[in-house]
Ligand binder design. Structure first.
Ligand code: G6P
Length: 611
């Protein structure tokens, strides 16, 4: 959460920074600010979105070839102008932008207060820059040395950039636990939370590792670690097209990403799965694949939508590989002293690859000797760098805060892993294995067909746009889809929604059902079809309003349900990739009709880098 971007070179920094902040707005949008060296070290900041800041600075002389900006997701202090970043040091000769949390800021603050420091904001970040300046004055050292010394004393997570009034060619950046990428152009440098603000100018980047400090001074980049060891920057080429991070004619990123799923699922399988030759390979599993094959138990750790993908994976790992699976919220797992035995394997699932709780869960499991596999979308992010092996989902950048294409790509990868393991383990017949490959190749077309339901779903959305509550019910493979449908709706439309296993509904939620309650059933023809039909009857008997997602050609449920959405048939294990599509569209249209900000829902952030 929080996005940071900085520039030094020959161009006008403010243009690059504002544009970059807009690309990073998915990380937080409570307030935004920019610091420039335009006749002084000047900070401009405003509560609200980057567009508010843009209006605020319009018409001012912003001429500066160095600068930095921040878009905030509030942790310490409410979202207002004072708490917005950048923050000044005591003399106002230094400024900082920060993504993360300084956990020991209060003790540092008390110490600084006793030395006469006064603070303008309630943030940990302002304390941090005062602390850096205090060290610089006491030690009479260079600014980068003061930053390094400060970093050895702070506890917490950070990605920071520091600027100085006294050196118009200097930017100092550092990271621990929050992402930071340095873009290397011709005589110019960029720093950002991810590569999206950078790729328009250069695709040469350096991903900083934890506890590394990057100093750009007079056109040269040097990297060292907080122990003061000089390091050779590893310059990589990022493979990211500008079109991938633009809306491409869609009204919202979320809608674009929903419709991209035909392509993203194909991209995810490209070069990995081919039913003609019977080939299924995931290069990233490397020599560790046997650890999975011989695993006594698989532990899946994730948050949010990625956790729902983990729940689906539980079903197919158990079905195909006959390995017991436990799916854990990373935030619970990390604080529980979990039992991790030899023979346990951990799979961490994350779109961003930066979720703080998932990272901490991985570190904990690793410290107990577990082998960790990662299933991530963002190439070069922290989780893939921390895991022993894994596979990227290759869904392309996901910018809408509500996750859509990442979910179906995660299921694609997890399915592929399960099939590889099952084949090696001998828990799947060759015939079934081949049938599964053939079926997986049909999924993009089936998703495309499901997307054609868009107009029909708009009609249903109009009918229920004023609902105050929603219940989503499914069983078996469709139970996690019910959870995901409910999450999508509450995230972006602020309607209270509950996802439940359809049968468990009888143990509580059924009390909520009356003639006003919309109940979305994911009732495709699978192993639990008959049981779900009974559950629909139970809801009908209490006058609930049933919306049913059914398999094409179903003649039974349409007689019971008020609204029916027909999706193409597939095997049970792959149905979530198809049955989730109408639910994504339903929540999207309801949110648009309610006038909600679909891509930037209130209080949320795409990448939760604080615990
Ligand atoms: C945030 C996002 C969710 C996402 C979750 C996990 O809450 O708003 O959409 O599912 O984090 O993120 P990850 O990047 O680890 O998948």
């Amino acid at each position: 959460m929080c996005g940071i971007v900085a520039y030094v070179g020959q161009r006008q920094a403010s243009d690059i920074i504002i544009k970059g902040l807009k690309r990073l707005e998915y990380r937080g949008y409570d307030s935004a600010g920019i610091a420039l060296l335009n006749g002084g070290l000047n900070v401009y900041k405003k509560k609200g979105k980057v567009s508010e800041l843009e209006n605020f600075i319009k018409g001012q002389n912003l001429s500066s070839t160095i600068g930095m900006g921040h878009t905030r997701w509030a942790t310490h202090g409410e979202p207002n102008d004072e708490n917005a970043h950048p923050h000044y040091s005591a003399t106002k000769k230094l400024a900082i932008i920060h993504n993360g949390i300084i956990e020991n800021y209060n003790s540092l603050k008390q110490d600084l207060l006793s030395k006469g420091h006064r603070f303008e904001s309630e943030t940990d970040t302002e304390v941090f820059i005062h602390f850096i300046e205090d060290i610089k004055n006491n030690e009479k050292c260079s600014l980068d040395e003061a930053v390094r010394l400060a970093l050895t004393k702070v506890v917490g997570a950070y990605a920071i950039v520091v600027m100085s009034l006294e050196n118009p060619n200097l930017l100092i950046a550092a990271r621990k636990g929050s992402p930071l990428v340095v873009g290397v152009g011709k005589g110019e440098f960029f720093m950002a939370s991810d590569a999206t603000p950078i790729i328009e100018y250069t695709n040469e980047v350096v991903y900083l590792n934890d506890q590394e400090i990057a100093v750009v001074n007079n056109g040269a980049l040097t990297v060292k670690n907080t122990a003061n060891l000089p390091l050779t920057p590893y310059v990589q080429t990022v493979d990211l097209e500008l079109e991938a991070i633009e809306k491409g004619g869609y009204e919202h990123f979320m809608l674009k990403e929903i419709f991209e799923q035909v392509r993203s699922i194909k991209d995810c399988m490209r070069g990995r799965l081919d039913s003609n030759s019977g080939r299924l390979t995931l290069g990233g599993l490397r020599e560790y694949v046997n650890k999975l094959v011989n695993a006594d138990r698989i532990l899946i750790v994730a948050c949010g939508t990625s956790w729902h993908a983990g729940l689906v994976a539980e079903y197919f790992f158990e079905e195909f590989c006959r390995i017991p699976v436990e799916v854990e919220y990373a935030s619970e797992f990390r604080y529980r002293n979990p039992v991790i035995r030899e023979g346990d394997v951990v799979i961490a699932i994350s779109q961003s690859g930066e979720t703080a709780d998932t990272l901490a869960a991985i570190e904990l499991a690793k410290s107990k000797g577990a082998i960790i596999f990662g299933v991530c979308n963002v190439v070069g992010s922290s989780i893939p760098r921390l895991t022993h092996a894994g596979a990227y989902t290759h869904a392309g950048p996901e910018i809408g805060v509500a996750s859509t294409k990442a979910f179906t790509a995660q299921l694609t990868v997890l399915n592929m892993i399960a099939l590889i393991v099952a084949q090696k383990k001998g828990t799947i017949t060759e015939q079934k294995f081949h049938e599964m490959l053939v079926e997986m190749e049909t999924i993009p077309d089936k998703v495309e067909k499901a997307l054609k339901l868009n107009a029909q779903i708009q009609v249903i959305a109009d009918e229920f746009k004023n609902a105050r509550n929603f219940i989503y019910l499914g069983r078996g493979y469709n139970f996690p889809v019910a959870l995901e449908g409910a999450l999508k709706l509450k995230e972006i439309s602020y309607i209270h929604a509950e996802g439940y296993p359809a049968a468990e509904m009888k143990h509580g939620p059924i009390a909520l059902i009356d003639e006003e309650m919309p109940v979305a059933f994911i009732a495709t023809k699978d192993a639990s079809y008959e049981k779900v039909v009974s559950n629909i009857q139970e809801v009908k008997a209490r006058k609930g309003r049933v919306i049913a997602i059914v398999t094409e050609g179903d003649t039974h449920i349409p007689k019971m349900a008020e609204f029916v959405i027909e999706v193409p048939d597939t095997v049970d294990a792959l149905m979530p990739m198809v049955s989730v599509i109408p639910l994504q569209l339903l929540s999207y249209h309801i949110a648009v009709m309610r006038g909600c900000n679909v891509d930037q829902p209130r209080n949320l952030a795409k990448s939760v880098t604080v615990e």
